[in-house]
Design a protein around this ligand. Structure first.
Ligand code: M6R
Length: 602
């Protein structure tokens, strides 16, 4: 996590760094800092907490200069504090470094450097980097950074400035994202494209172990052996506006409302009005007997729905795994398996590590991702972009629904390749898919009703979600959404599992939210709802099965669609519910505590 940015050019750096950091704040917001080259000397400003704190510091004591680096932190090593904030410097303050990632061998390096006489001020892993660069510096900053990087284990995107060579920024990445922006009157580095989008749409996407030297007039990229690298300019397709709130109070609300468009964009060019599917670029060998779907968080929940879609339509056995578990679980990968990773950001450390592990073991890797040019996108064999547009809120919404669309298309594609289901059945599903955006638009109109419900439950301590089959997966996603932004304790249970333990938690007035989209199993769910009602629960049903609703204290109607597609519309009111509970409690919707959008550490 953490976001880094750098600017070198003709304009004052501080303002540009702050606006870049603002777009990167989704990556972490425990503290922020910048270092600017002022009259060939480095000046540093840092503050604990949100970027607003750093802005106040800079309002009182502005930093001038046209070269600088900045950082917004998600604390890993050391508590959020000014002392632990980046940029970190060497002893005499002639080298300043911002870093995103984790230096795994920092203890050993610190030990080594302390023996050489270096002293440390912070508790961070990062502080070894400026000292190490200082240690190797012999008149060439780039070569000192290269030598230092050789000693670092772990992940890093690093930006470095030095008053010994005050006309450049040096940067490098390994396993943490970093891009270079080519502006009209200066050049940038950043962890992510939105940070520089108001300045330029021309970027270089850096690969691991590529070193960049930025000057006012140019950018030079070299590899670990100092060989020059020629790169193509990548033209960003979305606008800076797409990363703004555009009149909404919060990014999360904007992103919830963008779902109809995001769904259309994900379908565009892949599913025609005449029901022809164009996914021929996703090759799938007949030898593949099993698919591992691997992801984290919300993307994992999308994977659970994806498994059901692929198994139902393409009759291909799938296993859905959390990336952090899969890596160390000794999975049975062999020549007859393939791996499909799902990641909005395309930078999640555990998911990326699984991708690399699978490729090393010779497996074909498919990826569903939202970020063009992300590490996952660049390294997978076959990529399915979700085209949801930038997702800024930490709580994922439009990424989830477009990941579901990706899975549905993928499942239908495999079914057509394998000829596993009658074409008419697939065509019916395609037809429904083409209209899902309208279904979602309709649900979004029920916002007022959901807001009222949110006000009723915002004071609760615990809220439980129940579902069966696919609805259980919706319950899991709804529960994650609620807890991550409202801080209400919440769990999701497969409703049939209740009697095996969780029902002991139900007290008089406990709120239980049930999701029911499949009429064929609604009576089973209803029995479970009655069981909790008998124990005093207040029951709320999000249901498309309206024939038997007597068990509920309150009902939110869901639309009737094909049961396989139902998780998509079903999650929309539950996203709205989480949003409104959070605003009713007055919490920060887009930047919930302890979290960051892009989890680039293990
Ligand atoms: O970028 P990714 O899709 O790989 O991110 C995975 C999770 O970190 C992410 O979905 C997380 O669970 C969200 N905060 C949930 O809203």
């Amino acid at each position: 996590m953490c976001g880094i940015v750098g600017y070198i050019g003709a304009r004052p750096a501080a303002g540009l760094l702050l606006s870049g950091l603002e777009s990167l704040e989704y990556r972490g917001y425990d503290s922020a800092g910048i270092a600017v080259m002022e009259n060939e000397k480095i000046s540093v400003a840092k503050e604990k907490g949100r970027l607003a704190g750093l802005r106040e510091v800079l309002d009182t004591s502005p930093l001038s200069g046209n070269i600088g680096i900045g950082h917004t932190r998600w604390a890993t090593h050391g508590v959020p504090s000014v002392k632990n904030s980046h940029p970190h410097t060497n002893t005499d303050g002639t080298i300043a470094v911002v870093h995103n990632g984790i230096i795994e061998n920092h203890e050993a390096l610190k030990d080594y450097l302390q023996k050489k006489g270096y002293s440390f001020k912070s508790e961070t892993d990062t502080e070894v980097i400026p000292h190490l660069i200082d240690y190797y510096y012999d008149g060439d900053l780039l070569s000192a950074v290269r030598k230092a990087a050789e000693k670092l284990d772990g992940s890093y995107a690093i930006g470095v400035i030095s008053s010994k060579e005050p006309d450049k920024i040096v940067a490098v990445r390994k396993d943490s994202p970093l891009i270079v922006g080519l502006g009209k009157d200066g050049n940038f580095i950043a962890s992510d494209i939105p940070a520089i989008l108001s300045e330029t749409k021309d970027v270089y996407l850096l690969n691991d172990n590529e070193f960049v030297t930025l000057t006012k007039s140019g950018v030079a990229i070299t590899d670990a052996d100092a060989k020059p690298i020629e790169k193509e300019i990548f033209k960003v397709q979305f606008s800076a506006q797409a990363s703004q709130k555009e009149g909404y109070d919060h990014f999360m609300l904007k992103e919830i409302h963008e779902q109809p468009v995001a769904i259309r964009n994900t379908l565009r060019g892949r599913l025609d009005k005449d029901l022809k599917l164009n996914l021929d670029n996703l090759k799938f060998s007949d030898d593949i007997e099993k698919l591992y779907i691997v992801a984290c968080g919300t993307a994992y929940h999308a994977g659970l729905v994806g498994k059901k879609a692929i198994e139902t339509l393409a009759k291909l056995p799938c296993e859905v795994c959390l990336a952090s578990e899969f890596r160390y679980g000794d999975p049975l990968i062999n020549k007859n398996t393939a791996v499909l990773v799902v990641s909005q950001s395309g930078e999640t450390a555990d998911t990326l590590a699984v991708l690399r592990m699978a490729k090393k073991l010779g497996n074909t890797v498919y990826a569903i991702t939202n970020v063009v040019g992300s590490s996952v996108a660049r390294e997978a064999d076959y990529v399915f972009y979700t085209y949801a547009g930038p997702e800024i809120a930490v709580a994922s919404t439009k990424a989830y629904t477009t990941q579901l669309v990706a899975f549905y298309l993928f499942a239908i594609h495999l079914a057509e390749l394998k000829n596993t289901v009658r074409q008419s059945e697939l065509d019916d599903m395609k037809n429904e898919l083409l209209h899902l955006d309208e279904v979602v638009s309709d649900i979004l109109k029920s916002d007022d009703e959901i807001k009222k419900l949110a006000a009723d439950i915002a004071g609760e301590r615990d809220i439980y979600f129940l579902g069966r089959g696919l609805d259980y997966f919706v319950a899991m996603e709804a529960s994650l959404k609620l807890k991550e932004i409202s801080y209400i304790h919440s769990d999701a249970y497969a409703s049939g599992e209740l009697k095996h333990g969780p029902i002991a938690l139900i007290e008089n007035g406990t709120v239980v939210i049930s999701i029911c989209t499949n009429p064929e199993i609604s009576n089973k769910l209803n029995s479970n709802v009655k069981e909790v009602t008998a124990r005093g629960a207040k029951t709320i049903g999000f249901t498309a099965c309206l024939s038997d609703t007597a068990a509920y204290n309150e009902i939110i109607k869901l639309p009737q669609v094909d049961p396989l597609l139902a998780p998509l519309p079903a999650i929309i009111p539950l996203q709205l519910l989480a949003y409104h509970v959070c605003t009713a409690k007055g919490f920060d919707v887009d930047k919930p505590r302890n979290l960051a959008k892009s989890v680039t550490v293990e």
